[in-house]
Ligand binder design. Structure first.
Ligand code: S3P
Ligand code: PEP
Length: 428
């Protein structure tokens, strides 16, 4: 049965809205893994509820952890996590979630029997080779180089060299479970630069908060000592990457959007939106209070193009590209060749969909060049990519007749997206 396209609403007037955001996907899925491997029961509060988070919960349950919900709302839940011995014989569905396909196989290598993995059709195309080779080098057996595959432990841990230029998640995935490897792990990266360093920092900080010893003093080398992972009671920050399309709406419409509870200090890459959106013509203000702040972005309706290296914050590329397509001067996005291995080839998808609407976007070796050109309505394909769908919504604010294909794919990290978008436009 084909689902009708979503007519992206245009904004008749400048937006003026406060948009509270549910928890970060990246923090939620790390916190759940650490809780499931911890030395006792713990709590993950204000965890995100979304397809990627649900897949992580199902995977950890299949591997023997107990996760019980409380304080449930459609977007958020507190998980009470009781670790158990890691159980073999499980089948894990990774969906299209990078965090599940890269963070869970190292846990599976601790199980008392084989664990099989598969995912969505496109998940079979996402890069996995370096982390699977690393697990083999550390002692596990794995029967393929991409999904589907079966992991059979045990592993001993130790030293491994890999090329993590395709995804920071290869490093994060190994580190998250490594305290439970008999010898811990020393990971050396050899190759072009590792993207998404803030996400690696997030892993290191969350491990240290769980009393795991991590040495990251040498560039491109990470050492995790074997030992217990402390059970904790943690609260997940709002998802700052999911703030991107809402804050972009302020620039597109010449309005103002406030995100409550923006953390004062964070490893989330979405924090870079403050600088990026300022460069594109917005004013960014923080109203400080204990530990966090309300962040307000105000636009003028005119968007300035930028020349930006987004290697560290690749997740933000679809929103920045959507803004660039509406800007008055050209934009060059660099440093994001690894986006070809994301939910879809995001560089090809963004260029194709912007050009389909009459725009002028060109793929480069490691990014995009987007030049100003008037856009017209049409179908904006999402390629099962949540951030493509939200990029279409941003363009549709100004361009009448944009129809986003499969808006439901936003459920990967923000199931309430369409309702929140409408509420933002209706709020005054
Ligand atoms: O570790 C994480 O939570 C993530 C790391 C990044 O992956 P890549 O380094 O593969 O870009 C990011 O794009 C992804 O959305 C989430
Ligand atoms: C790349 C992304 O996700 P994943 O965790 O599936 O890699 C993303 O959310 O932009």
């Amino acid at each position: 049965m084909s689902v009708p396209h979503w007519p992206a609403p245009t904004a008749a007037t400048p937006v003026s809205a406060t948009v509270p955001l549910p928890g970060s996907k990246s923090v939620t899925n790390r916190a759940l893994v650490l809780a499931a491997l911890a030395d006792g029961p713990g709590v993950v509060r204000r965890a995100l509820r979304s397809r990627d988070a649900d897949l992580m919960v199902a995977a950890l349950r299949a591997l023997g952890a107990r996760l019980e919900p409380s304080a449930e709302t459609p977007a958020s839940v507190d998980w009470h996590v009781t670790p158990g011995p890691v159980r073999g014989g499980a089948a894990v569905d990774a969906g299209l979630a990078g965090t599940v396909m890269r963070f869970v196989p190292p846990i599976a290598a601790l199980a008392d029997g084989p664990v099989s993995f598969d995912g969505d059709p496109h998940a079979r195309k996402r890069p996995m080779g370096p982390i699977l080779d690393a697990l083999r080098a550390l002692g596990a057996r794995i029967d393929n180089d991409a999904l589907p595959f079966t992991v059979t432990g045990p592993l001993t841990g130790g030293e491994v060299t890999l090329d993590a230029s395709g995804s920071s998640q290869f490093v994060s995935g190994l580190m998250l479970s490594a305290a439970r490897f008999p010898k811990g792990v020393t990971i050396r990266h050899a190759g072009p630069p590792v993207p998404s360093q803030p996400h690696i920092q997030m892993t290191v900080q969350m491990l240290r908060a769980a009393e795991v010893a991590v040495d990251d003093s040498e560039p491109d080398v990470w050492r995790v000592e074997p030992g217990p992972i402390a059970a904790r009671d943690v609260t997940v920050e709002p998802d700052l990457s999911n703030a991107a399309p809402f804050l972009a709406a302020a620039l597109v419409t010449g309005g103002a959007v406030t995100i409550p509870a923006w953390p004062r200090v964070t490893t989330q890459p979405g924090d870079a939106l403050r600088g990026l959106l300022t460069s594109m013509g917005a004013t960014v203000a923080r109203d400080e209070h204990a530990g966090a702040a309300d962040l307000t972005v105000t636009g003028t309706g005119e968007i300035t193009g930028i020349d930006a290296d987004l290697r560290e914050v690749g997740e933000l590329t679809p929103t920045i590209a959507a803004l660039a397509a509406l800007a008055t001067t050209p934009t060059r996005i660099r440093g994001v060749a690894h986006l070809r291995g994301h939910e879809t080839d995001r560089l090809a998808a963004l260029a194709t969909e912007i050009n389909r609407l009459g725009g002028d976007a060109e793929e480069t070796g490691d990014g995009l060049v987007i030049r100003p050109r008037p856009l017209r309505g049409g179908v904006f394909h999402s390629y099962d990519d949540h951030r493509m769908a939200t990029a279409g919504a941003v363009i549709g604010l100004r361009v009448p007749g944009v129809e986003v294909e499969n808006i439901a794919t936003t459920a990967k990290t923000l199931p309430e997206f369409a309702a929140m978008w409408t509420a933002m436009l209706e709020s005054r």
